[in-house]
Design a protein around this ligand. Structure first.
Ligand SMILES: Nc1ncnc2c1ncn2[C@@H]1O[C@H](COP(=O)(O)OP(=O)(O)O)[C@@H](O)[C@H]1O
Ligand SMILES: [Mg+2]
Length: 267
């Protein structure tokens, strides 16, 4: 349902060339991928490899130099209909929950942002207090958290609120960019369990960006390795150990991959 075809992205670099003026630094090179409905694609790469840039292309924030981004066959860029289609179907959760949630907003206002999107799309008013209580329950938080401010929550709780905001607009796809990376290991597992549960319950499709292979094996069906803007490997997680790609191998060897049950026992 979500597709990238030969995406190239470059930025103007700070370095100035005497002859040509500003040079451009290419960050993504012919990146292609396709995410099937109901699956989770993991995007794995070290810092600076271009993951967030790719995420921005996927969620309509950055028009690529060349290539095509499609959602349900409709181009994301180049038409208002494409942009609308994306806004209606895709939500995003970022890493930095402290900046992605306005500190002066209460939890109900943060979740309310997602509800506003849905109200606009469905052209009707929602019963907000009821919806907010339902969403808080869905992400495992007590209903009376609605009146709290972000600083009154733990990192894990706040990330649950951001997840509630993301599902509030009833999306079909959610993009997570390092959404659990700054949480401690125990909380990471709890959030991943929540994400799995929501995916089943709501029939969601995920794109999960991370620099951590362990969370990919826990959550994803397919994995795409990104190295300096190039896709070096793209395969089902179940076949990850068969990879011939040197970069992927290096990552695999540098960590111990727990299977789900062992990992649960370990924390
Ligand atoms: N808006 C921008 N302007 C210039 N360079 C950028 C911009 N955004 C990202 N970059 C550069 O693109 C490269 C990839 O960045 P990014 O996609 O954020 O990587 P990752 O998320 O994998 O850490 C980096 O070298 C970064 O400096
Ligand atoms: Mg990033």
């Amino acid at each position: 349902m979500l597709e990238l075809k030969d995406i190239c992205v470059s930025f103007r670099s700070e370095r100035q060339d005497r002859v040509f003026g500003h040079t451009r630094q290419q960050v993504l090179f012919d990146v292609s991928l396709s995410v099937k409905k109901g699956t989770c694609l993991g995007i794995l790469g070290e810092s600076g490899s271009g993951k967030s840039t790719m995420g921005r292309v996927l969620c309509g924030l950055l028009r690529p130099d060349s290539g095509e981004a499609l959602l349900d066959g409709i181009p994301v860029y180049g038409s208002r209909a494409g942009r609308r289609n994306l806004q209606n179907k895709l939500s995003v959760v970022f890493q930095d929950y402290t900046t992605s949630a306005n500190p002066r907003f209460r939890v109900k206002d943060v979740i309310g942002e997602g509800l506003t999107v849905r109200e606009r799309r469905e052209k009707r008013r929602l019963d907000r207090p009821r919806e907010i209580a339902r969403l808080l329950e869905l992400v495992g938080l007590p209903a009376d958290f609605a009146g709290r401010f972000p600083h009154e929550l733990s990192g894990g709780q706040l990330q649950r609120v951001c997840i509630a905001r993301a599902v509030a607009c009833s999306p079909e796809v959610i993009l997570f960019d390092e959404a659990i990376s700054s949480l401690d290991a125990h909380t990471q597992v709890q959030i991943m369990d929540l994400l799995r549960e929501l995916k089943e319950k709501l029939g969601l499709t995920y794109v999960f960006i991370t620099h951590d292979l362990t969370s990919i094996t826990y959550l994803c069906d397919d994995v795409l390795f990104l190295y300096q803007g190039h896709v070096t490997e793209y395969l089902p997680v179940s076949r990850i150990s068969e990879t011939k790609d040197e970069y992927a191998r290096r990552l695999l060897e540098s960590i111990v991959v727990f299977d789900t049950e062992e990992r649960k026992d370990a924390v």
